[in-house]
Every structure is written in structure tokens, then in C-alpha cells.
Design a protein around this ligand. Structure first.
Ligand code: ASP
Ligand code: MG
Length: 461
């Protein structure tokens, strides 16, 4: 068995869904389970509808909802066989009726609670999976849509629910294995689940990748394929460095660093279930299925290059606390982090000296409150408009002289907060946001002007 997950742009209309069908058709002997996202922009559109309803803005809400409705009916009419068209329309209609019922509830309460938000946003996947299953049947592939909610058990932390693996794993395994063994292609939803008492939950934005990996691990799949609209993971952002290359193979550890660092290709939690069961994850482009994507493996063949990718995160704020008195006192850092915890603000990077601590944040919603509390500890200064640059590669730890290869090209650029974690596969530092593009270009030039073809592939000349 394999799991094939198709993202929003891979199900955005009838044309995309036909491409999906032909991609899956080529893999039928591998016993695919198909998991889908909502059509592109639909999750956002549904959440807008919820908000507009709560605000009493019925006109704008209607316009959005009509647009979402029209896209689904259009695709349904394009995809379904004539004698299934009516029943598919009815299934969509029933789903939209459920959605309208939830919007009524939001109207009554005049607010979108997290539970209601999930009950609304889950409709994107519930709708798209109806279309995809019908498209398979229209193409002569025996297929059945599975509502994953009773199988994907979660807690009730709505909008970012955690999976209850002990319950979910056996349910997923049993349900999907039975369908596959009956010769069917099951089509199910990413992103959604439900609580023990049957309330709909979602596992966080972009969570469909994670769902696919959970399903793959539960059924002991031989591969998990993430079908998207890019060729794979890249050495860096091609919008900054046009000669960025595709990474052909990368390890779980390296790919996790990149995903957590904000490389948009994969939801950060995706690799965890796959890693535990050692199931390879492939990133593939549904618009160019002939192109070999990125393979994420437990042991990628060791590259000659010390670095696999250069990632960066912009819009970072650095908070410094200088305190001669307290820094060496025990419990100081714990109390410091307690402040961030209290204000639900995540800290990314930390660097310390004898008399100061520097931390980076990307979420500054509670910054003023954080600063006010930190002033108890010492003198607080804030640097805005910073960026973190992060180099990732397992070979880093075996490469002497790397620091000078990183920092020599960056002369004249101010660098602060250098950190080289214990995993030794990531080196990060902070620069001013204004110079991040220049810094990344120079680093890319240094490390990727000659490519090890076993690991990388030029995308264009
Ligand atoms: N449709 C959901 C979202 O837009 C989940 C996903 O696509 O991964 O966040
Ligand atoms: Mg996604």
C-alpha cells in the first residue's frame, strides 16, 4: 500500500482532478490510498464565511459562499458520468446544507468559537473528496470515499487538535486495509478528525500532509507521496536565487529542520509518523508527474556537499536582556522563559553570554507585554526587522573549516546570534532583514556553484 496526498492546487478544478486520476491510475498495482486537501483557496474562503457571518455581513458572505459552491458544482458536472451526475450533485448539496446549518449557529451566537470554526473549515476536504472519488469512478476505477472523522480520533483542542494515536491507528489500519483488499481506491480527507464524542476537529492549517503521514504509518505503507505544485525541496528559495537547485534526496532529519524552519513545502509535523516506521516520503509535482521530485529517506546517500539547503525566515524580532546581576544565578533562564510561556510567544533561537541573553521571535503579538515583564530581569532592548538564515546538512559535522566558508562570503554583513545546535546539522545566525537576499545569494554561490549530481539537480541553466 502507498498513501498519495494531493494538495489544494492538485484538486483545484476538473482539469487538476483529471490529472490526479491519471497519476493514481499509473500506480494502481501499488494499492494507493488517496488523501486530499480542500480545493485551493476554499479553506480560507470557508473561514471568511464563518467570520463574515459572525460579523453580520451577509452580503459579502453570500458572495464568497456562492463562489465556493459554483466551483464545486462546475467540477462535479465536468467530472461525473452522466448517470452519476445527479447523485453527486445531491451529495454536494447535502454537504452544503450541513455547512449552512453551522453558519446558522454562528449567526445565532454572533461569534466563531474554535469548535464552530472547525465544523466550517472541515467542509473543504469533505467536498473535494466527493469530487475525487466520483472522478475515479467516472474513469472506471473502483473507488469509495471514506469519511475519515470517525477514524482520525483527536482531542478537543479545536483548530490544532492532537491525534490520539492509540485509538486512531488501529481504526485507520482496519478501515483502509479492508477497502484496499476489496480492490478499491479509498479517497479520504486530510486535515480533519473528530473527538471521542463525534465533534469535528482540524489538526492545524496545512495539516493534510501530516494526515497522509499518519495514515501511511497506521497502514504500514511502503511509501507516502505528497503531490503538490512544486518539483520538490530546493537548495534555497528560487525567488531569491534563480539558480537554486532541486534536492533529489534528503534525510528525515534534514528535511524536518527545513520544514520547521518554514520551508512551505511540507507541514512540519509530517515526517514524524513516517520516521517512526521508516517509510520514505516523496514530494512530487502533480503538474509535472514525469519529473523526479525529492525523496526524504532515513539515510539519504551522503552528499559530497556539506550543506543541503539554505533557508531563511524574515520579519524576525530579536529581544536582548542584559543583566549583570542575575544571569549566572540558577533558575534565571527558567524564569525568563516562563515570561514567554505566559504570553504564548514561541522563541526560536537563543544565544547567551555571561551578561546577556538574546532570543528571536517571529510572533510579536504580545511583545509589549513580554517586554514589560522582562524588564524585571534587566535592561531589555529590541531589534526589529531581522532575519534568520539557517544552513542545513548532515555532513556539516564532518566538515572542518566550514565556519570560514560560511562567514567569509558574508564580510561587510553584520551577523549576530550564531547558533550551531547539538544535532550539528543546522547552523543559524541573524542578519538585518534588508541584507538577507544578498547574504543568501553569496552563500548559495559559495556552496552550490558546483553541484553534486547524486544529490542535486539543476532546474534551469
Ligand atoms: N485545507 C487545509 C488548509 O488549507 C489543510 C491542507 O490543505 O493541508 O490549511
Ligand atoms: Mg499544504
Amino acid at each position: 500500500m502507498i498513501v498519495m496526498k494531493f494538495g489544494g492546487t492538485s484538486v483545484e478544478d476538473a482539469t487538476a482532478i483529471r490529472r490526479l486520476v491519471s497519476i493514481v491510475r499509473n500506480q494502481l498495482e501499488r494499492q494507493p490510498i488517496v488523501a486530499v486537501s480542500a480545493m485551493s483557496r476554499v479553506t480560507n474562503g470557508l473561514l471568511d464565511c464563518a467570520r463574515l457571518t459572525a460579523e453580520g455581513n451577509e452580503v459579502e458572505m453570500r458572495a464568497k459562499l456562492d463562489d465556493i459552491t459554483a466551483r464545486h458544482y462546475q467540477a462535479a458536472d465536468d467530472l461525473a458520468l452522466p448517470d452519476e451526475r445527479e447523485s453527486l450533485r445531491e451529495a454536494l448539496q447535502a454537504q452544503f446544507a450541513e455547512l449552512l446549518g453551522i453558519l446558522d449557529e454562528i449567526r445565532r451566537q454572533a461569534k466563531v468559537t474554535p469548535a464552530l470554526s472547525d465544523a466550517v473549515s472541515a467542509n473543504g476536504e469533505l467536498l473535494s473528496s466527493l469530487l475525487v472519488a466520483a472522478a475515479f469512478r467516472a474513469d472506471g476505477i473502483s473507488s469509495e470515499r471514506i469519511d475519515i472523522r470517525p477514524l482520525m480520533r483527536t482531542n478537543d483542542d479545536f483548530m490544532r487538535a492532537a491525534i490520539d494515536f492509540e485509538v486512531a491507528d488501529p481504526l485507520l489500519k482496519q478501515a483502509f486495509t479492508a477497502k484496499v483488499e476489496a480492490g478499491k481506491v479509498p479517497v479520504t480527507q486530510g486535515f480533519i478528525g473528530s473527538t471521542a464524542d463525534g465533534r469535528t476537529t482540524t489538526i492545524g492549517r496545512g495539516g493534510s500532509d501530516y494526515s497522509a503521514s499518519i495514515i501511511g504509518a497506521a497502514v504500514d505503507a511502503t511509501a507516502i507521496e505528497i503531490w503538490t505544485d512544486v518539483d520538490g525541496m530546493m537548495t534555497t528559495d528560487p525567488r531569491i536565487v534563480p539558480e537554486a537547485a532541486k534536492i533529489k534526496t534528503i534525510s528525515f532529519a534534514e528535511a524536518s529542520e527545513l520544514a520547521y524552519f518554514g520551508a512551505k513545502v511540507l507541514h512540519p509535523a509530517t515526517l514524524r509518523p513516517a520516521m517512526v516506521k521508516d517509510i520514505p516520503v516523496y514530494i512530487c509535482n502533480s503538474r509535472r508527474p514525469q519529473v523526479q521530485g525529492t525523496a526524504i529517506l532515513s539515510h539519504a546517500p551522503s552528499a559530497k556537499a556539506p550543506i543541503k539547503a539554505i533557508a531563511f525566515k524574515r520579519g524576525i524580532t530579536v529581544v536582548n536582556i542584559a543583566s549583570v546581576r542575575m544571569l549566572m544565578a540558577h533558575g534565571f533562564l527558567a524564569r525568563l522563559f516562563e515570561v514567554f510561556n505566559r504570553h504564548e510567544t514561541a522563541v526560536d533561537m537563543v544565544a547567551t553570554s555571561e551578561v546577556s541573553v538574546s532570543m528571536t521571535l517571529d510572533d510579536t503579538r504580545h511583545l509589549d507585554a513580554v517586554i514589560a515583564d522582562l524588564q524585571e530581569f534587566g535592561e531589555v532592548t529590541v531589534e526589529r526587522d531581522r532575519a534568520i538564515i539557517c544552513l542545513v546538512g548532515e555532513q556539516m559535522k564532518f566538515t572542518p573549516g566550514l565556519a570560514s566558508r560560511i562567514f567569509t562570503p558574508l564580510n561587510q554583513i553584520n551577523i549576530s546570534m550564531i547558533s550551531h545546535g547539538a544535532s550539528a546539522i543546522n547552523a543559524s545566525f541573524v542578519v538585518e532583514d534588508a541584507v538577507v537576499a544578498e547574504a543568501v545569494k553569496r552563500l548559495h554561490q559559495e556552496f552550490f556553484s558546483e553541484l553534486d549530481e547524486e544529490t542535486f539537480e539543476k532546474v534551469r541553466d
